[in-house]
Design a protein around this ligand. Structure first.
Ligand code: SF4
Length: 447
């Protein structure tokens, strides 16, 4: 999971890229970077940490130029190291090219091995560099022709932003796993991972870039180029469940609305369960709980005091850190929970360790019974498309039965939302489906 943001033809390009990345910060906290096009010279600046830690006024002031492309990273492929921070800039026979990537190229290792055998020298361990080396070897008349020849050689998931002097190109894989949206701000075009980034930067949303489509922006104009047929629109459903900000719109549906409806559907599936209150594990669980409360008539109550300064526990790469931040993050509100039967909603259950800790903390603070309701089906298989789910062996639903998971997390009851309810609530349509491979173990292509 990463966030990308690009803007063209704007005197404040670097500052607006900063605003866009800051808005997308929930998608990755490991590194941030912006490259600008200063009269043909690509000026990159990257650093480890949050957007506001990496950039200050001085740095942004030096990033001159009217086009900018930015990236925030959460590592899935390649280690957590500054050399993997993006945008990557490569000086090759194509000239200077910058790339920012969200996703995971599943055949990157095979392509890389072949290119290295032919003499290519890679400057990072990230899979994103592969496309630049491929492009340098199989050129067309223009960068878009070159990309159109080479992007179909990649398997897996990608939303890319490329920059060369005078040009910004966005491209999305033929399944549309990862999001990429086009926006407009006066004469400027914006390409971003989520609609919220376009709107916070002051722009308005035009449309999603289609799977297998490229948007080429140069000289104040945009043209669209199809480089591959749409294989089958299979957008990652976890965007709706967890990753995207609630004020974003995905596949024509507000994320907040989809989550509210998921909560209502959970209530429908648990209509015989009696409880004193319903609550959610912040932040995403809160909207689910509100939808549940409306549908069931069970009052919503906030059972946690959330410490906002710890970061998102799921996206801390190290297991020890993850457990430690989970501890720090949520403090039960004793008065509200004492002796109560609580329906507690969380977006997903991955390893089970965070839920176990949360249930333990609630019970220790005096809660009566806890019915754990999960706003997605059981995750039984890893993601190969850019989301850092663990291996099969670490996925609790792949290893234990429902009853044993319940016992492991210490809840009095456990329920997962059905897949049918999830896809309906997210707005599944005949032509716009979602990827649900981690729930089914069935993949569109062999990983
Ligand atoms: S496997 Fe799961 S996490 Fe990965 S893209 Fe598909 S739905 Fe998203």
């Amino acid at each position: 999971m990463c966030g990308i943001f690009g803007i063209t033809d704007n005197k404040d390009a670097a500052r607006l890229a900063y605003v866009g990345l800051f808005t997308l910060q929930h998608r990755g906290q490991e590194s941030a970077g912006i490259v600008t096009d200063d009269h043909g010279a690509l000026l990159p600046y990257t650093g480890m940490g949050l957007v506001n830690e990496v950039f200050d006024n001085g740095v942004l002031g030096e990033l001159e130029g009217r086009n900018a492309v930015g990236h925030i990273r959460y590592s899935t492929t390649g280690s957590s190291h500054i050399k993997n921070a993006q945008p990557l800039v490569l000086n090759s026979c194509l000239g200077n090219v910058a790339v920012a990537h969200n996703g995971n190229i599943t055949n990157a290792d095979a392509i890389k091995a072949k290119l290295q055998k032919d003499g290519a020298i890679f400057q990072s361990s990230s899979d994103s560099e592969v496309i630049l080396h491929l492009a340098a070897r199989h050129k067309g008349r223009s960068l878009e022709d070159t990309l159109a020849r080479n992007l179909p050689k990649l398997s897996g998931a990608y939303a890319f932003l490329f920059m060369t002097p005078g040009k910004v190109i966005g491209a999305r894989d033929p399944y549309g796993y990862r999001p990429l949206v086009l926006g407009r701000l006066g004469r400027s075009y914006i390409l971003a991972s989520e609609t919220c980034a376009i709107e916070v930067a002051g722009g308005s949303v035009v449309r999603e870039i289609e799977p297998g489509e490229m948007a080429v922006i140069a000289g104040g104009k945009i043209k669209f180029k199809r480089f591959a047929p749409v294989k089958r629109f299979t957008r990652c459903i976890f965007e709706q469940v967890y990753f995207a900000r609630p004020d974003s719109v995905a596949v024509g549906r507000s994320v907040q609305t989809a989550r509210y409806e998921i909560g209502a559907r959970l209530a429908g599936e648990l209509k015989d369960v009696k409880a004193d209150l319903v609550s959610g594990v912040p932040d995403s669980g809160t909207v689910y709980a509100l939808g549940y409360a409306k549908e069931s008539g069970i009052p919503y109550q906030n059972v946690f005091m959330r410490n906002h300064y710890t970061g998102r526990s799921f996206i801390q790469p190290d297991q020890k850190l993850r457990e430690f931040t989970a501890h720090l993050k949520l403090a039960p509100i004793r008065d509200v929970i004492k002796g109560k039967t609580i329906i507690l909603i969380d977006d997903s259950l991955v390893r089970g360790t965070t839920s176990r800790q949360i249930v333990k903390n609630l019970k220790r603070a005096g809660a009566g019974k806890i019915v754990m309701a999960i706003a997605s089906p059981a995750i039984v298989s890893p993601c190969y498309f850019g989301i850092d789910t663990p291996t099969k062996g670490e996925l609790i639903a792949n290893q234990l039965s429902l009853e044993r998971i319940r016992r492991f997390i210490g809840a009095d009851a456990l329920h997962y939302l059905s897949l049918e309810s999830l896809v309906e609530a997210c707005g599944d349509r005949r032509d716009r489906n979602f990827c649900v491979s981690c729930f089914t173990g069935k993949y569109m292509e062999k990983p």
